[in-house]
Design a protein around this ligand. Sequence first.
Ligand code: NAD
Length: 491
Amino acid sequence: MDVLSKSVGTVFPATQTTITAIAGDGIGPEVMRAVQRILAAAGAMITWEEAEAGAEVFRRGIASGVPQDTLDSIARTGLVLKGPLETPVGFGGKSANVTLRKFFELYANIRPVRELPGITTPFSGRGIDLVIVRENVEDLYTGIEHMQTAGAAQCLKLITEPGSERIIRLAFALTQAEARSRLVCATKANIMKMTEGMMKRVFERVSPEYASVTPTHMIIDNCAHQLVIAPEQFDVIVATNMNGDIISDLAAGLVGGLGVAQSANIGDSAAMFEAVHGSAPQIAGKDLANPTALLLSTVMMLRHIRDFTAAEKVEQALLVTLEEGRNLTGDVAPKGTGVGTTAFTEQVIANLGRVSRYPSRQYQPLQMPVWPDVVWHRPTLHETVGLDVFVETDAAPEALAASLQAVIGGSAFTLKMIENRGAQVWPARTGKPFLVDLFRCRFMLSAPTGNADAEIAQLIGRISAGHHWMHLEKLQRFDGVDGYTLAQGEN
Ligand code: NAD
């Protein structure tokens, strides 16, 4: 037998914790029931407040997919265990998952990725044991999108300094709480110097405060490469929303896939724990679903409420079950030996109190960064130095430049350059960029002015007469530092 017979301690916090349970759609109710049975058998002192969200709620015409009663329950308990929610196609509104993350400002998505016993992958034996901390509410996922012309779409990548600071501080705190020592900040700061660069700059500013952690910056594409080449080198990785989304699914694939991937969404006033997988409608109601991912998410929840004893007891029972390979669900069992959700659940319950050869980490309570400590950088000198005007036209760059110069004569601005899809096309540079009907025209103030807004209004009045513009970006300078980037080819 591959399992030690040492038993786990049974000292639980004396207080009962109330958790909002959202069973969700598809296999959600089955895996939720399995987890609730295991927790009850483990003696965890939890009271469930059952709440609903997802497909049925959308069908009742609630566009957010989350009824007020559920929001009230979460506001009361501050803790949610959630099954998968179907994102409706063809009816309903926004994703109910995103609604919950946004409403409760669950800004940190935490995705542990650890090799599991009995789950064989091409990476088995490498000792993969890492955590990805993904910023969860900013970046391209703010969902601010606009069609600029009929054929040109734009999505706003919004990254803030406080948003970056709290996720980075949380990543450092988590590294310490889990007795880890290395934190990689993975960004695309080499290309997106303002947005991704914000994350890198904040990381470099705060890292000296965490002496026990070795900080490293890595370009995100190299990070993806390294995750496949040598995943065992990583301890904790922090990344912006979309990069973190992609690398966390990649990393989950290294240790057995989404079916066993757990996650936590944490904010200052609430925390929500959920499996990464979806509602698996094909197998719903058939007693086939594997509750492992939701159970591992529940273990994270128990640690979050500081019930380290129950967390370890449940985690170890699951690890023993996987290690012994008896009564596993069909998705992970050796061919022909798979059992149902219920039989697997009973096997985990039977193993409560046993300890596997995969020790649990020595977790400490996670110290959440305190919001007032988060710095918002306020410049002393804030100047407007120009304006980017996005213009829709099929005209050639030379003709566009001539027509703009004809209308701005005598204004406070000069036309500095015109670009198309990021590359300067006027004054012409070497090469022949493919042109679309969306041009960015950069106007600079010829001299400092006390009322840049009035000058801008006048400029736009002149341009509007003969050009179709769709959006404006002020060119600003903060304490003498340009708050905008140059186009490719612009000097
Ligand atoms: P899915 O994760 O539901 O299914 C992908 C595959 O994995 C399927 O073959 C499924 O049978 C299998 N699978 C998933 N979980 C399993 C489990 N616990 N045990 C055994 N097998 C499992 O992904 P999908 O099909 O792309 O999405 C289905 C629905 O779920 C969609 O409506 C989607 O929007 C939603 N979804 C919700 C969440 C969430 O609530 N966090 C996440 C992803 C997808």
